[in-house]
Design a protein around this ligand. Structure first.
Ligand code: SPQ
Length: 428
């Protein structure tokens, strides 16, 4: 078992960080680079385990992908030149890889089996396979339960109009990416806007995407052209240290070149609402994906209510926000976040179980959590539950505890943030 201990001897966190590249954007850059004929270049790529799974799958399909650190080159014959894979395509721990891939493969000319690790093989896939089947996709559900592994046999799809039952960028993206090769128009209707990286990147690769009044539409049969993609820092990774800076008295940390896409910046709204001092400096030259610098300084923290349209804008940040709420004055209520139950782990139960080990006053609800603060936290042994975001939350919790925090199975943090502990050390 891979155990990591974090001891904090007090004192403010100070300094600057350039967090690794955005995970969602890194996946999409490799995928669209694989779909487009020609050479795509990616800078700032996240070399975390999830995105490396995406690289290995698209290499298997027929793209030649070279990586030197955070620079990636994808040379692809385009979808028409892809080959079927006799071996399963292993998405590892990555829900994004599996779900977007199913959408892409459904309209391709290849047959392949998609699988993942024991966590991913429990996550629901019908949310993508049902709408894709309505477009004409052919799946063989080996287990019958709508989970991986499942085999997809690519075929000509027909565009659909699909109203999303849950706010999910992965579902929206899978349908839109299937829509690229479908006949006619594919339209996705969202009640609550989820991250829009796929739409932005399709445009960067030359496809016309129309987004208006909560509808996103793409005309089938468009050819993607290879592009040059710059990946900004991942705000979901920065969020751990933003919350740390907000929580440890006297702290001030600046994050350089971090993504500021408004569909992802719910964490900034929450930090400001809780009383932290946040200064944003967007880069005026940013095209495609907005990015810039953010400085977060500690402030007297107060409880907030988090729900509704804000949830998709900070869904992955909720574990560390729950930790922050343990240090805020009053009762923080998180609602409308039932999606947390189907992530790498059930993040509602796991967050409550782990934070209680430290002495936090936190209760799960069907779609969120109720947290009473401020609570004096003590050192303890926590488990990541095999979930990178839980592992990082546990490490940041050490900064509010009066003893060391040990994190069991800390290696899973490499899924999204290789170098996390070095960055933490650099601020202490
Ligand atoms: O890829 P994966 O494993 O699903 O990653 C997570 C994460 O915490 O890193 C969720 F577990 O992020 C998702 C996010 O929750 C990444 C994502 C995307 O890139 O499109 C969208 C969100 O998921 P969803 O289900 O709301 O579409």
């Amino acid at each position: 078992m891979d155990i990591h201990e974090v001891s904090f001897h007090g004192g403010p966190l100070k300094g600057e960080l350039r967090v690794p590249g955005d995970k969602s954007i890194s996946h999409r850059a490799v995928m669209l680079g694989g779909m487009a004929e020609g050479t795509t270049t990616i800078s700032g790529f996240l070399a975390g385990e999830d995105c490396l799974s995406t690289i290995s799958i698209f290499s298997r399909l027929g793209a030649v992908i070279e990586r030197e650190g955070t620079d990636v080159t994808v040379k692809s014959p385009g979808m028409a030149g892809w080959k079927s894979s006799s071996l399963p395509l292993d998405a590892g721990n990555s829900g994004t890889t599996a779900r977007l891939l199913l959408g892409i493969l459904a309209g391709s000319s290849v047959t392949a089996t998609v699988t993942g690790d024991r966590y991913l093989c429990k996550r629901p896939m019908r949310r993508v396979t049902d709408p894709l089947a309505a477009m004409g996709a052919a799946f063989d559900y080996e287990g019958g339960g709508g989970t991986l592994p499942l085999t997809v046999e690519g075929r000509q799809l027909q565009g659909i109009q699909y109203e999303m039952p849950v706010a999910s960028a992965q579902v929206k993206s899978a349908i839109l990416l299937a829509g690229v090769s479908a006949a006619g128009t594919t339209t996705v209707k969202e009640k609550t806007v989820s991250r829009d990286h796929t739409e932005r990147m399709l445009e960067q690769f030359g496809a016309a995407v129309i987004a208006e009044d909560g509808n996103v539409a793409i005309e089938g049969g468009q050819r993607l052209t290879a592009a040059s993609v710059k990946v900004p820092g991942d705000i979901s990774s920065a969020a751990f240290f933003m919350c740390a800076a907000a929580m440890v008295p006297g702290s001030s940390v600046t994050f350089r070149g971090v993504g500021l896409n408004p569909t992802r910046t719910g964490i900034v709204d929450v930090l400001i609402g809780m009383g932290a001092d946040v200064v944003q400096n967007p880069d005026p030259d940013a095209a495609g994906e907005p990015y810039g610098d953010i400085t977060v300084s500690a402030g007297g923290l107060k409880a907030v209510e988090i729900g509704g349209d804000l949830i998709p804008r900070l869904i992955d940040e909720l574990p560390v926000i729950a930790l922050l709420a343990t240090q805020a004055e009053g009762t923080t209520v998180i609602r409308d976040a039932g999606e947390l139950r189907v992530k790498e782990t059930d993040r509602i139960e796991a967050v409550c179980t782990e934070l209680r080990k430290l002495g936090a006053d936190i209760e799960p609800t069907p779609d969120g959590m109720i947290i009473k603060g401020p609570a004096k936290l003590k050192g303890a042994v926590l488990s990541s539950n095999g979930d990178h975001r839980l592992g990082m939350m546990a490490a940041i919790a050490a900064l509010a505890a009066d003893g060391p925090v040990s994190i069991e199975d800390a290696g899973c943090i490499d899924v999204s943030y290789p170098g996390f502990f070095d960055d933490l050390q650099s601020l202490m």
